[in-house]
Design a protein around this ligand. Structure first.
Ligand SMILES: Nc1ncnc2c1ncn2[C@@H]1O[C@H](COP(=O)(O)OP(=O)(O)OP(=O)(O)O)[C@@H](O)[C@H]1O
Length: 380
């Protein structure tokens, strides 16, 4: 293994027939990091994760997990990682304990090692009260906890979690994220999600993919600052003016907007909805400039009654939207436009359904889904 790189993807490309799902995706995840893997629907998150976990092969490029090549050394890779796919591979008729011991058997774990390990796993996933219950009787949130537990049974140093909180209610989401944070204290985690607040809670770094490409990779603060803009929110009273400005009339929204727009350094002014008797506006300005003094002078000079003024860097959500704009992928596919790397892909140009996984259970159902989705895409 080179240094402490635990996951390495280098120029990963994946084609499903005419669809280029991944286009030279490269990134590294280091020991101890909890990295958010973000992207809109169809951006290529699951495809990347399925390659890293040896469930499908790439059309081109290279990936290593804990220093092992996912194509040449899949058994070592699987030993080193725990994987929670989008739909956890669970057997509803088994109890939680039966299921986890079944997973341990699949992994050839010694019984005594399994029992010892279960203590920690059960605690960190909050399953102590549910071990005897049939999985089918559990809520979504608890099922995801069982999914997390199965990924931890063999004590892997690396976890790959594919949208572990989708389908959960807000309380369940918060719970699962709490468990992930706890687990992340001792492991390296790649966590895919649509939920930006989850990334802000659990991760210090994020990788954003869009249309099969990495469009941002770095600490969250760096990504937020990427837009090069800061945001100001200014709110003034709709019906009152500043004390001592009695001769003046309260401003109209148009007047406020027009005056704000004229301030030097302001690039965009947009009105924000508000329930109060107020006019509220969002302004965008350059990152290196602070226009609050000018804003304040303007407001005093006009005699407006200021209710709120704040300045903050753009939110992760703003940057995410800007970076992934137009990537709705409603067609769930992206046609192959350039074919510049054909020579890399000899013999693997038209990957069809190719789950190589042996995780059983619902994974089989996934495979069926994929086959039919692939057929639909091909027909289209
Ligand atoms: N088996 C398949 N056959 C054909 N196309 C596929 C297959 N699996 C994925 N795709 C396509 O590859 C692209 C990337 O899909 P992927 O599932 O990796 O995205 P994602 O970012 O995980 O999306 P989501 O958040 O919706 O799960 C999409 O256009 C999708 O339609």
């Amino acid at each position: 293994m080179t240094g402490d790189v635990m996951i390495e993807a280098s120029a990963l490309t994946k084609r499903y027939g005419a669809v280029r799902a991944l286009d030279k995706v490269s990134f590294e995840v280091h020991r101890g990091e909890v990295v958010g893997f973000l992207g809109p629907n169809g951006a290529g998150k699951s495809t990347t994760m399925r390659i890293l976990t040896c469930f499908i092969s790439a059309s081109a490029g290279m990936a290593r997990v804990h220093g092992y090549d996912v194509f040449d050394e899949p058994l070592e890779v699987r030993r080193k990682l725990g994987y929670l796919p989008q739909r956890a591979p669970l057997y509803g008729e088994m109890s939680v304990w039966e299921y986890l011991s079944f997973v341990a058997d699949m992994r050839n774990l010694d019984r005594s090692v399994f029992r010892k390990r279960m203590k920690g796993v059960v605690e960190v996933c909050g399953l102590a009260q549910s071990l005897g219950r049939d999985i089918r009787t559990l809520s979504h949130g608890y099922r995801q906890r069982v999914g997390l537990a199965q990924a931890l049974v063999h004590d892997p140093p690396i976890l790959i979690l594919d949208e572990p909180t989708s389908d959960l209610d807000p309380n369940e989401k918060a719970e699962v994220i709490r468990y992930i944070k706890e687990i992340g204290k001792e492991r390296t985690i790649l966590l895919s999600t649509h939920n930006l607040s989850e990334v802000e809670t659990a991760c210090a770094r994020a990788i954003i993919v869009s249309k099969g490409r990495v469009v941002a990779d770095g600490p969250l603060d760096g990504i937020r600052a990427r837009s090069g803009k800061v945001r100001y929110v200014v709110t003034v009273h709709e019906q009152k003016v500043l004390d001592g400005s009695s001769g003046r009339k309260p401003p109209s929204a148009e007047e406020v907007q027009e005056s704000l727009r004229k301030l030097p350094g302001v690039s965009t002014v947009s009105e924000l909805p508000t329930d109060d008797k107020a006019h509220s506006f969002q302004l965008l300005g350059a990152l290196g400039q602070d226009i609050r003094p000018e804003l304040f002078s303007l407001i005093v000079q006009k005699g407006w009654l200021l209710l709120e003024m704040r300045r903050d860097s753009q939110s992760l959500e703003d940057v995410f939207k800007a970076l992934t704009k137009g990537d709705e992928r409603r067609d769930r596919g992206r046609p192959l436009i350039d074919v510049d790397d054909d020579e890399d892909d000899a013999g693997d140009d038209d990957d069809t359904d190719e789950d190589e996984g042996d995780d059983g259970a619902d994974e089989d159902a996934d495979e069926g889904d994929e086959t039919s989705r692939e057929k639909t895409d091909k027909k289209d």
